[in-house]
Ligand binder design. Sequence first.
Ligand code: ZN
Length: 342
Amino acid sequence: MKTLLPTSTAGSLPKPSWLAQPEVLWSPWKLQDEELISGQQDALRVSLQEQQQAGIDIVSDGEQTRQHFVTTFIEHLSGVDFENRQTVKIRDRYEASVPTVVGPVSRTRPVFVEDARFLRQQTGQKIKWALPGPMTMVDTLYDDHYKSREKLAWEFAGILNQEAKELEAVGVDIIQFDEPAFNVFFDEVNAWGIKCLERAIEGLKCETAVHICYGYGIKANTDWKKTLGSEWRQYEEVFPKLQQSNIDMISLECHNSRVPIELLELVRGKKVMVGAIDVATDTIETPEEVADTLRKALQFVDADKLYPCTNCGMAPLSREVARGKLNALSAGADIVRRELSA
Ligand code: ZN
């Protein structure tokens, strides 16, 4: 029987302190070469086990093999020079030192396929794999070659499609593209962002998702959120076109956010991963708070299309807090499941 309200996370989970320094983004690895690979596999096993113990239904690798959700993917491509760095404003929000596109980009080897195969061997549960979205990749680089965000995004979409097809072939059930940039560059999203996403999923038979959030709980993001006013209506700009797209699922930030919940109506018919866990605070939600967010979402999302989830990745949190939040997510979903079946 199909589980009602299957739970999952947006993707990343904290890494063990023996693998990388905890509670920071872009944390350097503490191991090298062969030791790093086996350390990452051990961390993946632990991350999976923590999701399973919390009762998470759709599991992930916790992104234990990547330093950053965008740059680790880009490191595996040719045409990008990591020595040649430029400081650019990313997401129109904060300065970051990023690598430079110096020639045609291509995928010279698979990026996450072996990691996904490894995860597949560890569990019979449904697995979800996150990849960066084309627009967010473009927005995390300096482009000295294509000189066009759209052209570069289209090239990345083709590369992501190659990777996605191989992930599907090793047994990934849901491939998710992380597009926080979709919450910022609305004209580009509607002009070519969604088209690039559809290029990235071309020919896939597994389920596909796009994750659009207000970012990790880092200061640049929490400061930005303070400027957004009493109602966050960003989703309103991109949902109508996403509703018309071929993407199966949409992953969103809801809990503790000022997103008017009725905006979910704009993607009626899609499966929705409802963020019921705030990743920008160490306070662990109570199951009742999670249930409350899910009940609100149920006014606009049919029960068979609602997937309780986290607002964003939990990589920058402590492991203890992340575990508490996973448990709360499960327990909250359970409350609503019981209500629905009563
Ligand atoms: Zn996110």
